[in-house]
Structures are given as C-alpha cells and as structure tokens.
Design a protein around this ligand. Sequence first.
Ligand SMILES: Cc1cc2nc3c(=O)[nH]c(=O)nc-3n(C[C@H](O)[C@H](O)[C@H](O)COP(=O)(O)OP(=O)(O)OC[C@H]3O[C@@H](n4cnc5c(N)ncnc54)[C@H](O)[C@@H]3O)c2cc1C
Length: 297
Amino acid sequence: MGLIKYVMSLMNGARLGVGAQSVGISEAAYREALKYAHERAQFGKPIIQFPAVYEMLAVIKAKLQASRALLYETTRFVDVYKSYNFIAEERKLTPEERTEAKQFQKLADMFTPMLKLMSSEYSNQNAYDSLQIHGGSGFMKEYPIERIYRDARITTIYEGTSQLQVVAAQRYVTTGGYLNQIREYEKVPVRAEFEPLKKILVRMTEQYEQAVAMVAGQENEYIDFHARRLVEMASHIVMSYLLLIDAQTDESFEKSAEIYIGKSAAWNDERYSYIKDFTASDLATFASIKEETVPEA
Ligand SMILES: Cc1cc2nc3c(=O)[nH]c(=O)nc-3n(C[C@H](O)[C@H](O)[C@H](O)COP(=O)(O)OP(=O)(O)OC[C@H]3O[C@@H](n4cnc5c(N)ncnc54)[C@H](O)[C@@H]3O)c2cc1C
C-alpha cells in the first residue's frame, strides 16, 4: 500500500470511530432528556406533556436512529471490503471478488465523510436540545448533560472538521456517487403502508438532482459555497431511506422514519429554494466580508 493510501485509510478508520462516538453521545443525550422530561413538572404536569418538549425529544430520537443506521451501513461497507483484503492475503481473489471488493471500498470511502459529518453534527444538535430540555439545571454541573454537551463539541472538529468532511464528500455529489446509491435504495421494496413515505423520498431525489444540476458547471468557488447544502441534501435522503428500510423489519424504527422523512423533506426544500434563488452577485456579497478587519480598540 502506498503512503497516501495508507494515511487515507488511517484517517477513514478514525473518522468511523468519531462517527460511532457521536452516536453514543446522541444516545446519552436522548436518555438524559427523556428521563428529565418525565421527572420535571411545571404548570402542574411533567414537561414531556408540552408539545414544544415532546417535539424536541422525538427529533432527538429520530436523528439518533438515523445516525446509527448510517453508522451500521458504513461499517457494513468497510467490513465487506476489509474481509476481501484478508482473504487476498491467503489466496488470489477471483475477478468477481475483486470487482465487489473495489465496489465496497468505494462505498466505504463515499459514506465515511457523510457519517462523520452528519453523526457529529447531530450529536451536537441533540446535546444542545437535551440541555435545553433540562432548562437551567442543564447549565449547572448536577446533571450529566453538561458533560455530554462538552463531549459532543469536539466531534465536529477532530479527525477533520465538518467543513473538511464536506470537501471529502462533495466529489460524490458531482460525480453522481451518492445519487447512484440512493437509486439502489429506491429499488428496495416497502410495504404498502410505507409507500407514501417512499413517494416523498422519490420527490426529494428529483429535487436533489435538480439542485446538483443548478450548481454543477459553475465556478469552483460557487460550487464550494453550496457544497455543504448539497452533501446534506444527499445525506438526508440516504438516512431517510435507511430508516425506511429498517422499519420494514423492525417496528421500533417506524415513528423515527416518519418523523425524519417529514423533517428531511422540509430541510431539503429550504436548501433547494436557497440554491434556486442564489446568484453570482449574492456570492459577491458574502465574499465582501473578506475586506473587513477588526476595528482598532
Ligand atoms: C482534544 C483534541 C484531541 C486531538 N487529538 C488529535 C490526535 O490524536 N491526532 C491528531 O493528529 N490531531 C488531533 N487533534 C487535532 C485535530 O485533529 C485538529 O484540531 C482538527 O483536525 C482541526 O484542525 P485545526 O485545529 O488545525 O483547524 P484548522 O484547520 O485551522 O481549521 C480552522 C477552521 O477553518 C476551517 N477550514 C480549514 N480548512 C478549510 C478548507 N479547506 N475548507 C473549508 N474550511 C476550512 C475549518 O473547518 C475550521 O472551521 C486533536 C484536537 C483536539 C482539540
């Protein structure tokens, strides 16, 4: 293995680790929020009875389950290609095996930055919302959530910041790698009662394709400016499909699939609309911040 390939594989291993750590942090944030929301009473009832609180809890759980589904999918890709690497030490792989090993290695490379980006960002959002559910007590040291909140903060930074994960992931937006994999998920049959959710995902995929087409072919700076939006749009669709597929065999995913797909459709609508109405002159307005300096005290 060459040096660059070796370093890349080390980095991907560490990013997978932070992806898993982030799922653990989200799980802890969810459990603490759920416990506190049952225990804490305000206005004569437990705070979990308030829509503002139970919406936050349900979204924390949906983001947690979506992150875990993406973690398991990514580690599955890694397991398959690494197994072929181990077999190749014992004997020559057949041409079919070599093709499959390459295909899974590509999927692992494609999904690792997506996992690191989404899982770490969700662990931060989940820790933030869990702390919010704790109110003032969450800001103090009496409850585990203050520690969980601090632990979450590093995950979007070490082993490559979220911005660097976008740099790694954006080539799979422009080359169509994510779209091809989304099309594979689209082929997985779902039960009749899940068809309306699948229809939403098919519409989101068309919208994602249109958004990519609007950005592709523009100047590099314009593409870089929108890269995170596009990677997130692809991620929302992938994570939605994984939850939907899990819901076919395990009913504990059903509610999160419904909630996550509904939220994802709205998040992607916002990103699409921003890209659609964006012009080169908008980019210049943002870029003008580069001329600013800190005023003398
Ligand atoms: C607790 C802790 C433990 C650590 N452990 C290790 C370790 O064991 N091994 C190790 O090697 N490192 C370790 N690190 C370092 C860590 O990996 C780096 O801090 C991290 O990769 C970010 O690099 P940086 O701090 O130099 O930030 P910078 O690269 O200076 O980034 C600053 C900002 O600029 C943005 N930015 C930079 N380049 C780009 C770009 N091309 N496009 C868009 N935005 C960009 C970043 O996203 C960020 O917002 C650790 C850090 C901490 C805090």
